[in-house]
Design a protein around this ligand. Sequence first.
Ligand SMILES: CC(C)(COP(=O)(O)OP(=O)(O)OC[C@H]1O[C@@H](n2cnc3c(N)ncnc32)[C@H](O)[C@@H]1OP(=O)(O)O)[C@@H](O)C(=O)NCCC(=O)NCCS
Length: 169
Amino acid sequence: MEQELFKLRDLNQDDIKKYIVFLADPEVSVWLEDEVQNIRDPKNIENYLLYGWYRQSIQYNGEFVGISGLDLVNSINKVARFFIVIGKKNIWGKGIGHGVIKSIINHGFNKLKLRKINSDFLAPNEAVKIIHEKAGFKQDGILRQDSYRNEKWIDRVLVSIFPEDIKNH
Ligand SMILES: CC(C)(COP(=O)(O)OP(=O)(O)OC[C@H]1O[C@@H](n2cnc3c(N)ncnc32)[C@H](O)[C@@H]1OP(=O)(O)O)[C@@H](O)C(=O)NCCC(=O)NCCS
C-alpha cells in the first residue's frame, strides 16, 4: 500500500505553541510577513491561527510540521488568499508543499465554493514560487520593493488561480 506523504487535520493548541517556535527560526520566517519577523506578542499569532477562516495543520510521520489554509478576502466575490508554512526544515524538498497546496486549493474550490484564490510571496522564495507554478497559479503582478529583508528591498509577486487553471500532476 502506498504511504501517505502528509496529512491535513484541524489545528490544536499544542500545534500553536510549536508553530511559534518554528517562527523564531529566521530561516523559516525570512520570507513570511513583516509582522512575524520579530514577534513581540505571540497572542497575535495564536489569534491569527485560532480565529482565521480556514486553517489546517500539516502532519508528517504523525508529527505537526506546519500550517496551511485560506483567508477570506471578499465573500461577495468569493475570493480567498492562500498561505503555507512548513516549519520543520529537514523535510523541505520532499514534495509536501506541492501536495498541500493542491489539497487546499481543491478544498477551496470544491467545498468552500471559491471563485478565485489569490496568493503572494517574496520574489527570492524559489520553493514557494515553484509550488505555486506547479499547482497552476498565474502571475498577476509585482509589488515592487515591498518588504525589507537582508538589507535589501524585495519585490512581492502576486499570483492567483481559477478552477480551470489547476494542473493535475
Ligand atoms: C515554501 C515551502 C512551503 C515549500 O515546501 P516544500 O515541501 O519544501 O515544497 P516541495 O518539496 O513540494 O517543492 C519545493 C520545490 O522547490 C525547489 N526548491 C527548494 N528550495 C529551492 C531553492 N532555494 N532554489 C530553487 N529551488 C528550490 C525544490 O527542489 C522543489 O522543486 P521540485 O518540485 O521541482 O523538485 C516550505 O519551504 C516552507 O514552508 N518554507 C518556509 C515558509 C515559507 O516560505 N512559506 C511561504 C511563504 S509565502
